[in-house]
Design a binder for this molecule. Structure first.
Ligand SMILES: [Mg+2]
Length: 238
């Protein structure tokens, strides 16, 4: 079976993502230290982020609003304008942070782009994710960047419909089992899981069946071109 379309997740697949959230949350703990312990702040942030997810979606702006909400709640309204400014600055720093690519991202994409159609499918904020693709210097390898609010089987199927790609000719590559692997296998596609050093707790799954058809796992992006060559015949060139 040949591949018509290969899609990459972005955060913690092509570049580091979660580490920026962890660093910002460490700074938030310092700002909110007068009102709570680090564990209390982490618990509250987790609860607020989960509550806000259906309304705010994923990404830095949603995370910044959740940090502000946690600050107001924990301080019972005592938080001052200067500290609000510090929290806003944390969000801005995340949006402007240097894009730190995963090792061998460039090489792998360059090689694959010679004989495959590559796209990005990422959750998050449209502007932020588009900026990161541009700043990463990876944009030339991709024919499109799809920013979605959720990665469900229906969302993947809708993308494949637009690209006129059959699920069995689609391969997704990403660090998250619930976002990048499980919904793709559910519609009959193939998925390669490349675990990241740091992955958001809510992007992990305890009881995943790794024996499923279409599921593969690799250590890093550097092994990807050889792996794809070995497992999927190259599409016929026009
Ligand atoms: Mg990811």
């Amino acid at each position: 079976m040949t591949l018509d379309l290969i899609a990459f997740d972005a955060d913690d697949t092509l570049w580091h993502g979660e580490v920026h959230y962890r660093e910002a949350q460490a700074e938030l703990r310092a700002i909110l230290a007068p009102w709570g312990s680090p564990a209390e702040i982490d618990q509250l942030m987790d609860k607020i982020e989960m509550q806000n997810l259906p309304l705010y979606g994923y990404g830095v702006k949603a995370f910044t609003l959740s940090m502000l909400e946690a600050a107001v709640a924990l301080s019972e309204g005592e938080i001052r304008g200067g500290q609000v400014g510090q929290i806003l600055a944390l969000g801005r720093q995340m949006l402007e942070a240097e894009v730190r690519l995963q090792p061998q991202a460039h090489e792998a994409l360059q090689e694959l782009s010679h004989c495959h159609r590559l796209i990005v499918i990422t959750k998050g904020d449209l502007l932020d994710q588009s900026h990161k693709v541009e700043r990463s210097d990876l944009a030339p390898y991709f024919s499109a960047v799809e920013v979605v609010s959720q990665k469900t089987p229906a969302v993947y199927q809708a993308i494949l419909n637009r690209y006129q790609t059959a699920p069995d000719q689609f391969l997704m590559i990403g660090n998250s089992l619930p976002s990048d692997v499980i919904p793709v296998l559910a519609i009959g596609g193939s998925a390669i899981h490349i675990p990241a050093d740091t992955t958001w707790a809510h992007e992990t799954v305890a009881d995943f069946d790794s024996g499923q058809r279409g599921f593969y796992k690799l250590e890093d992006l550097g092994r990807l071109p050889d792996f794809i060559r070995a497992h999927f015949p190259a599409p016929a060139q026009d």
